[in-house]
Design a protein around this ligand. Structure first.
Ligand code: C5P
Length: 233
């Protein structure tokens, strides 16, 4: 089985455009990310159809609840046969350990990663929550906690990967959105990196949405990204 580094974000409101886009891509070249909007609209049947076409799925539902509820949700997600799921590290140690235990006891363990701090949050958002630390310090701290609880990795900004790779070692999985190929539009992303720079700085997987999903020829856009990352993939 190949291990494509690109995860295409299927940010669509319904099954039809998501399936139409997937049909134009190849499971040899990418995995697919299904998030809250699409999953809420379509439910697990869409996942089944995508997996039947050979795609591995990152189910991006960012669970965050009391330990038992989160563990049961993770168990249910693992039962869908997806490749990767995630939870919020801010749920704390007991929630992270419960989530890890739940997926570890499932027949086919998905990779379990944590969201550290949402990249939309800055110092003033943390201050509002009564947290005096910087966002950077919080990211490192929450990644350390996730690793300590047995999780496989974290979602992070590509700008954080170098420091996280140093702290967490080579085996820890770093999944990075905010990727823009050379010459691509930034859309609403502000702090971006190219696919090549992100992999060089330590990313394990690149989450890329609109540069592929909005391209006139999505497969060609994906192939161009593969060309840019060449020997790093
Ligand atoms: O279209 P684009 O490449 O900007 O899509 C990026 C994807 O990664 C979207 O699904 C977005 O919700 C997700 N994401 C992000 N930044 C984060 C976490 C997730 O852009 N910090």
């Amino acid at each position: 089985m190949s291990d494509p580094k690109v995860i295409v974000a299927l940010d669509f409101p319904s099954a039809m455009p998501a399936l139409a886009l997937a049909q134009r891509l190849s499971p040899e070249l990418c995995r697919l990310k299904v998030g809250k909007e699409l999953f809420t609209a379509t439910g697990p049947s869409l996942l089944e159809q995508l997996m039947k076409s050979g795609f591995e799925i990152f189910l991006d539902l960012k669970f965050h609840d009391i330990p038992n509820t989160t563990a049961q949700a993770c168990k249910a997600a693992a039962g869908l046969g997806v490749w990767m799921i995630n939870v919020h590290a801010l749920g704390g140690r007991r929630m992270l350990e419960a989530a890890n235990e739940a997926v570890s006891s499932s027949a086919c363990r998905p990779r379990l990663i944590a969201v550290t701090l949402l990249t939309s949050m800055d110092q003033s958002d943390l201050a509002d929550l009564g947290i005096a630390q910087t966002p950077e310090a919080m990211v490192l701290r929450l990644a350390e906690l996730a690793q300590d609880c047995g999780l496989d990795g974290v979602v992070c900004s590509a700008l954080e990967t170098e420091r996280l790779r140093e702290q967490c070692g080579q085996a820890f999985c770093l999944v990075t959105p905010g990727i823009r190929p050379v010459d691509a539009s930034l859309d609403d992303q502000s702090r971006v990196m190219t696919p090549e720079a992100a992999l060089r700085s330590g990313s394990s997987y690149l989450v890329i949405g609109r540069p592929i999903t909005k391209a006139a020829d999505p497969l060609q856009a994906l192939l161009d990204i593969h060309e840019q990352i060449g020997g790093l993939a």
